[in-house]
Design a protein around this ligand. Structure first.
Ligand SMILES: [Zn+2]
Length: 673
């Protein structure tokens, strides 16, 4: 019998037949697909024909179809529904994959054909997109070391393979630490917690086979616990466990791994002739250089810190008023901030939450995309990898556009955070492929029979990930390597962060934020409070983020630190980090930077994108409002449909007529002087 991963998928829209695939299928399918891809590449490289765009670059675009299928299924389940077997496979596959991509980028005959094409590019009569794909292909080969020979080539191969192993270990250690810790709560410890936190704690306790409620390190449980629990001792205990992820000693400790990763990255950059890893990494980004990144971060740091210190002083007084004569601490911030928010804006999460039903927020995200881009969604009954997953067919003017899959609830087998990935990317050549896109989140699962309720942050995350999904689904390019979110890292968060703005459009909240029990729309007064509170605590949020972004940048700019924890402390001290705020992600659990290469020296990119999203949404406001059809059409035409087929700076300028400054961001965060 054919391995179901390698068979033709005779399913609706060719979505993977999850019900037919078992864990035993992965290894043989992986090995076979890997070998098939290598054979295809070898055939391209050893062709007796002179190199043409079609027989080399386009042929490479089409190669590896089986491998794409196997990996899209495997990475979906290993990220969102892991188990021991899948974790073992991941440890086994990751060095093999790294060796595989090295084998391709070290293929001298293949590189010679690409270099030859690049040399003759102006005489090839290429379209704009073909030229772009050739440029990116050539640059990718050079950056991965294709031009290296002998001992240097050998060293590059070893460095990359070791980095892949370390990245996987880092992630798995984090998952281990997150799953290992929980804090049982006695009935008396529940005092002061709103119903939804109690429910979430009970359901977490059940999932872990405990007799009563527990607090876990899942963000959607620990954050509300820190916001609402009046028990300072319990908040401290929970916060310290949360902050210690990846730094608990023993074999799940990530500190040594972080140091080794940083050293290897520096070696890699130097082998390629760059001063350091940041210079290497930023070459392909919109920002371009470490200096431009530092300039952006420092432009927001001082106003953010000033705001945070002012807020801290007020909350320290609240701590005094509670009769506590201790310094204001990181485990106090969220609790007093919540109290202060209630006092200032008379808004508390518990009052807001019944209005933010998951079902209605999904509807809101869909409807906004219908109004803006004409998309329609129809539930699709197909087999997926977990009962919590759901799927829709997405159409535009009656024509199939994509399949959208959502997997919203937290569980122990899912890694933390939220993400969007394409199980299949859009392409027209050499084969027409429509996108299959998935959003994965970690929202607290409601007890049986109760509707799922979101925090405001959760609702924003839902819109954020759906913005990434739109970037994939509306993609309309020729080649898969430049479709959807295959863009510069500091450009990729523009569509997602921009989409968050629609959640805050008053008419959207008025229509979709309806009460779970009564069905009543959110009262106008509460709605006004939500909107007024949007910039609340932005000093804190900006400080914890910028601190992480600066540490990431400095880690990779200059010599790699032998002791990252000492270096981290030094960087924070140099910036004057407020005592009661910690980094959003400290080094031992900074998965963005250490799980893989994606955001290394690139964590700043969320803010770089925010500069653009604030400015881009202003384009709607300056025109006919949030649903202005002309601006929506420009957004689709110049940004959402273009993927990486055109340089990001060009795309933004085409959409907006100019590049943005930092002012719209400071104004949006309420930090403008
Ligand atoms: Zn994102």
């Amino acid at each position: 019998m054919t391995n179901p991963l390698l068979a033709d998928w005779e399913t609706p829209f060719g979505v993977a037949p999850f019900d037919a695939i078992s864990d035993e299928d992965f290894r043989p399918a992986f090995d076979e697909a890997l070998a098939a891809h290598l054979a295809e590449v070898e055939a391209i490289a050893s062709s007796p024909e002179p190199a043409t765009f079609a027989n080399t670059v386009e042929a490479m675009e089409g190669a590896g179809e089986a491998l794409d299928k196997v990996l899209s299924v495997f990475f979906s389940v290993s990220g969102a529904d892991s188990n021991d077997q899948r974790q073992a496979l991941q440890r086994e596959f990751s060095p093999k994959l790294s060796a595989h991509s090295s084998a391709i980028s070290n293929n001298k005959a293949l590189f010679a054909r690409i270099a030859d094409l690049w040399e003759r590019r102006d005489a090839l009569g290429l379209s704009e997109e073909e030229m772009r794909v050739l440029y990116l292909t050539h640059r990718g080969f050079v950056r991965s070391g294709a031009a290296l020979d002998g001992a240097e080539a050998e060293q590059m191969k070893e460095v990359k393979s070791r980095l892949a192993v370390l990245g996987t270990e880092f992630t798995q250690n984090l998952l281990k630490d997150e799953a290992a810790w929980f804090m049982p709560l006695a009935e008396a410890d529940l005092e002061g917690l709103p119903g939804f936190v109690v429910d979430a704690a009970r359901s977490a306790g059940e999932a872990l086979g405990q007799d009563g409620p527990v607090v876990t390190l899942s963000r959607s449980l620990i954050v509300p616990f820190l916001q609402f629990s009046p028990r300072r001792d319990l908040r401290r205990k929970a916060f310290e466990a949360w902050a210690a992820r990846g730094a608990n000693g023993g074999d799940s400790d990530n500190r040594g791994i972080a140091a080794e990763i940083l050293a290897l990255r520096e070696t890699r950059a130097k082998l390629l002739g760059y001063d350091d890893f940041a210079a290497y990494k930023l070459e392909t980004e919109m920002a371009g250089t470490p200096e431009r990144v530092r300039e952006l971060l420092m432009a927001v740091w001082e106003p953010a810190k000033a705001q945070a210190l002012q807020d801290a002083a007020e909350m320290e007084q609240m701590l005094r008023d509670d009769g506590i004569n201790d310094a204001f601490q990181p485990w106090d911030w969220r609790y007093y901030s919540q109290k202060r928010r209630r006092a200032l804006h008379d808004l508390d999460e518990a009052e807001l939450k019944p209005y933010l039903q998951l079902e209605r927020m999904i509807e809101a995200a869909f409807t906004c995309s219908s109004r803006l881009f004409g998309l329609a969604f129809k539930p699709l009954d197909i087999a997926l990898y977990h009962p919590d997953c759901r799927a829709w067919e997405v159409t535009k003017d009656g024509k199939h556009v994509a399949v959208f899959i959502a997997d919203y609830f937290a569980r122990a087998s899912k890694r933390s955070g939220a993400w969007c990935s394409a199980m299949r990317s859009q392409a027209k050549r050499p084969k027409v492929l429509s996108p299959v896109v998935i959003n994965v989140c970690n929202f607290a699962k409601p007890p049986k029979g109760k509707p799922a309720l979101l925090s405001y942050d959760d609702a924003r995350t839902l819109f954020h990930e759906f913005g990434h999904a739109l970037h994939q689904m509306l993609s309309d390019v020729e080649f898969g390597s430049v479709s959807g979110t295959s863009v510069a890292r500091d450009f990729v968060e523009l569509p997602s962060q921009l989409y968050e703005h629609w959640l805050e459009v008053p008419e959207v909240l008025a229509e979709f934020a309806t009460h779970a029990d009564t069905g009543e729309p959110m009262p106008k007064a509460l709605l006004d409070k939500v909107l007024a509170a949007a910039t609340f605590d932005m000093g804190f949020q900006t400080v914890e983020y910028v601190a992480s972004a600066m540490v990431d940048l400095e880690f990779h700019n200059g010599p790699a630190p032998a002791d990252p924890m000492a270096k981290q402390a030094e960087i924070l001290a140099g910036m004057g980090m407020p005592q009661a705020i910690t980094m959003r992600h400290a080094t031992p659990h900074f998965a963005h930077v250490f799980s893989g290469d994606g955001y290394s020296s690139g964590y700043y990119s969320y803010m770089w994108s925010e500069v653009m999203d604030a400015d881009a949404f202003a384009a709607f406001e300056e025109a006919g409002g949030a649903f202005d059809p002309a601006i929506a059409a420009r957004l689709e035409k110049f940004i959402l449909s273009k993927g990486g087929s055109v340089d990001a700076q060009e795309l933004y300028t085409a959409f907006r007529g100019r590049m943005p400054g930092v002012e719209a961001l400071l104004k949006g965060r309420g930090l403008a002087a």
